[in-house]
Design a protein around this ligand. Sequence first.
Ligand SMILES: Nc1ncnc2c1ncn2[C@@H]1O[C@H](COP(=O)(O)OP(=O)(O)OP(=O)(O)O)[C@@H](O)[C@H]1O
Length: 313
Amino acid sequence: MRYGRTLAVDDLTCTVRPGLVTGFLGPNGAGKSTTMRAVLGLELPTAGAALVDGRPYVELRRPMRTMGALLDAGAVHGGRTARAHLGCLARSNGIGHGRVGEVLDQVGLTDVASRRISGFSLGMKQRLGIAAALLGDPAVLMFDEPLNGLDPEGIRWLRDLLRSLAAEGRTVLLSSHLMNEMALTADHVIVIGRGRLIADTAMNALAGHFQGDVLVRTPHPERLTAVLRAHGATVTAGDDTAVLRAHGATVAAGDDGALSVRDLDAAGIGALALSAGIALAELSPRGASLEEAFMRLTEDSVEYRTTPAEAVR
Ligand SMILES: Nc1ncnc2c1ncn2[C@@H]1O[C@H](COP(=O)(O)OP(=O)(O)OP(=O)(O)O)[C@@H](O)[C@H]1O
């Protein structure tokens, strides 16, 4: 998929499966929206094909009944009311008018259904776009950044909705930059960078693939640090102090006795502490978060990199 000299999507092959929520991740400009537009037939790939249920979207006999999509919540006729907008879509797609009231209820817009869309907030427009995607009761759903503009209640509502749609056996694909939310919502993730596939894996496997650290608390952090480093471990002052220092505070090493240890597992740390006669108050292995895994996976394909705040200062 090319735009002039930009290769937006490069030889990407993946399958989004039913019964799961699949997260579509990638840094800014990675090609997520372009891929989704190609699936909807809004872009024509230079090579290859994007198929829904085995066919190009444009060849589907009843497209909205097969796949519902939300790409850009702002792309609606602002002069219409929410009910009229959905009514129009239903009529032109041979969908019974009864579905309009049902999806308005489902997304929580019934009370504002008679208001013009131009007065809607971004979150309300997202809900309306989700209602439109659900209108044809399709087995496949695709959402580009549906969490944008949603309040915390809306985010939780959408998480539950997506999970229940997948539990009904539907195919659900969504993109989002909100990693914590993605970790809670998606069962599977497809990660792309510079238009190429980087990972296509179960959510659990992704975070598990990257080693986390072990949080250790001890009354003797300096002594333990020396022992662990002598055995090849990478030791940094744990959570709290590291965060404070990053914000400019002067904190002596291990003031709270917390250490973050890598390159040595909990059993190894415990054994070394015992043989050195150092008491431990806590020893907790921590898996890598999805955010950490994402950052490490995509570090070579980030195009729009920011300057760290410290360097600016
Ligand atoms: N209409 C267009 N004309 C020219 N280049 C485009 C067009 N649309 C996208 N691109 C380019 O294609 C690449 C992929 O963009 P795309 O919007 O698909 O990325 P994305 O992963 O959705 O990013 P983001 O997370 O920022 O939304 C980028 O380099 C972008 O500049």
